[in-house]
Design a binder for this molecule. Structure first.
Ligand SMILES: Cc1cc2nc3c(=O)[nH]c(=O)nc-3n(C[C@H](O)[C@H](O)[C@H](O)COP(=O)(O)OP(=O)(O)OC[C@H]3O[C@@H](n4cnc5c(N)ncnc54)[C@H](O)[C@@H]3O)c2cc1C
Length: 470
């Protein structure tokens, strides 16, 4: 099969303006967000409708051409870029981006899968409705990518991950069949729940083309506060108290170590520390309010004696602007941390009651590997989902860095398993965690996943080399 022949056939399907074949143009789509993977694709296609996607897949099925589905390419596991060199085409969803229908009776929104998450949120905001999934990458990631990774983010504490916030899907499977399951009924127990299988399938079972989202009335207001703590145990105790007190209101609780301020200041994402006196741990809390904010402020102050015992310092933003600055600091953290160069990123979850012990044991062992490692754990403490990250010294060779990184990954994953947690809480498996999946999932679980893969994608053309080798 000649590449020029394939290009001509694909141009006939998508049109000349919707294909890139030049190496230089392809770089942006070939490389992952962290710069870990750099395999070349054959071309990138930008289809404008589900019907065109169906035609592309039917063609690839016939010719045995492998496909990488790609949204905003913000994956942190290498799932949105080629696994092999010059063997795959990328289907990028950015031109499938229409918001189709809001239904205020049934509280649903129908969108095309290439809609950028922040565009969906802004559209709803203007109409006084709310879609709760919120990530630091919201301005680039697309709803299809969010579903394919079952993205969690800062509001999963109250609303759950993406899976809990979708009602229906339309997909194209690996032989080019379209499956449309877009009933607006939330109660719909009619056979297997296909959307749950597609959630978190990382583009290996089907290409998502349309999505029916669950939407919510917009909270009247939000209330943010930033609390500082002497130690992690007290911090977790305080989180539990605050959750008990404000359970149905509590939308986010983000753990921040003091090192985060240093990293953001050093990399010019923040001018100065938010607190006068530095403490080892902080949590940024956000409550959704359905009542007047001033009224709630009084309630909060009256209730404060119930929670103040464990809190060492508290910042109540004095303006919307300061509130935005606090959340921008949280959003910038991933980007600022990436600028530190030699980094190790673990996306884990640990039962809250064992988190303090996990942190102590892990730190002790990691410092034995190299005393220069700075541990930088942050994230969604309410779900027990911590980005247990590290900054290594920059003056080590690339080989030493990779060796140390792999040693840390193995150690952390083993320990997480021992503590009854998950070695991939919200970012998925992609290319980077395939070995861990084989190690920690049972043979029966892997076998049934492989059988499912065959049913949805009989020729293994959809995102090969991701999750496991089929
Ligand atoms: C700064 C930053 C912060 C982040 N914060 C979070 C966070 O808090 N929580 C979290 O869960 N993740 C987070 N992520 C990871 C990432 O943003 C999410 O996983 C996001 O959901 C990926 O969306 P995307 O459109 O960029 O998908 P991509 O990265 O393009 O693709 C991700 C996966 O989805 C597949 N895919 C994409 N579109 C489709 C489609 N239409 N049909 C089928 N498969 C498809 C791809 O093949 C790939 O397997 C963050 C990433 C960055 C860079």
């Amino acid at each position: 099969m000649k590449t020029s022949e394939v290009f001509n056939d694909l141009i006939n399907i998508v049109g000349k303006k919707n294909i890139l074949t030049n190496d230089e143009d392809l770089t942006k789509y070939n490389n992952d967000w962290r710069g870990f993977y750099k395999n070349k694709s054959l071309c990138v296609l930008f289809p404008e409708s589900a019907n065109i996607i169906k035609k592309i897949v039917k063609y690839c099925y016939k010719k045995n051409i492998k496909i990488v589905p790609q949204g905003g390419n913000t994956s942190l596991t290498g799932s949105s870029v080629p696994s092999y060199n010059n063997k795959e085409i990328i289907i990028n969803f950015s031109k499938l981006n229409k918001i189709l229908e809001i239904d205020k009776n049934n509280l649903t929104l129908l969108v095309e899968s290439g809609s950028v998450l922040s565009n969906i949120k802004e559209y709803l905001d203007k109409q006084n409705y709310y879609f709760p999934i919120d990530l630091s990458s919201s301005g680039s990631c697309m709803i299809g990518g969010n579903i394919a990774t079952n993205a969690g983010g800062i509001n999963a504490l109250k609303y759950g991950s993406t899976k809990e916030n979708i009602i229906g899907l339309e997909i194209v499977t690996g032989d080019g069949s379209i499956i449309t399951s877009l009933s607006k009924m939330k109660k719909n127990n009619t056979g297997y729940d296909l959307k749950s299988i597609i959630c978190n399938s990382e583009g290996t079972l089907g290409l998502i083309t349309k999505v029916l989202l669950k939407i919510f009335p917009k909270p009247q207001n939000n209330f943010t506060f930033f609390a500082a703590y002497d130690d992690l145990q007290t911090c977790i105790k305080s989180f539990n108290q605050i959750r008990e007190l404000y359970y149905d209101k509590l939308e986010s609780a983000e753990l921040i170590p003091n090192l985060s301020f240093e990293v953001c200041i050093k990399n010019n994402f923040l001018k100065k520390h938010f607190f006068e006196k530095k403490m080892p741990w902080y949590i940024i809390f956000r409550l959704n309010l359905y009542e007047d904010k001033n009224l709630f402020q009084d309630i909060f102050e009256k209730n404060f004696n119930k929670i103040n015992k464990n809190i060492s310092d508290i910042l109540l933003p004095h303006s919307i602007d300061q509130e935005k600055k606090i959340w921008k600091f949280r959003d910038d953290l991933v980007e600022a941390y990436k600028m530190e160069g030699r980094i190790v990123t673990n996306d884990i979850s640990i039962p809250l009651n064992r988190m303090d012990s996990f942190f102590k044991t892990a730190e002790k062992e990691i410092k034995k590997m190299s005393s220069k490692i700075k541990i930088h754990p942050f994230g969604h403490i309410g779900d027990g989902n911590i980005h247990y990250n590290m900054i290594l010294q920059n003056n080590i060779s690339h080989e030493s860095y990779l060796k140390l990184r792999n040693k840390i990954y193995s150690f952390v994953n083993e320990l997480v398993e021992e503590y009854g947690g998950s070695f991939s809480a919200e970012h998925g498996i992609g290319q980077i965690k395939k070995n861990s999946l084989l190690k920690f999932k049972s043979k029966n679980e892997i076998d049934i996943m492989k059988k499912l893969k065959k049913v949805f994608d009989p020729k293994n053309i959809l995102n090969p080399g991701k999750i496991f080798d089929a």
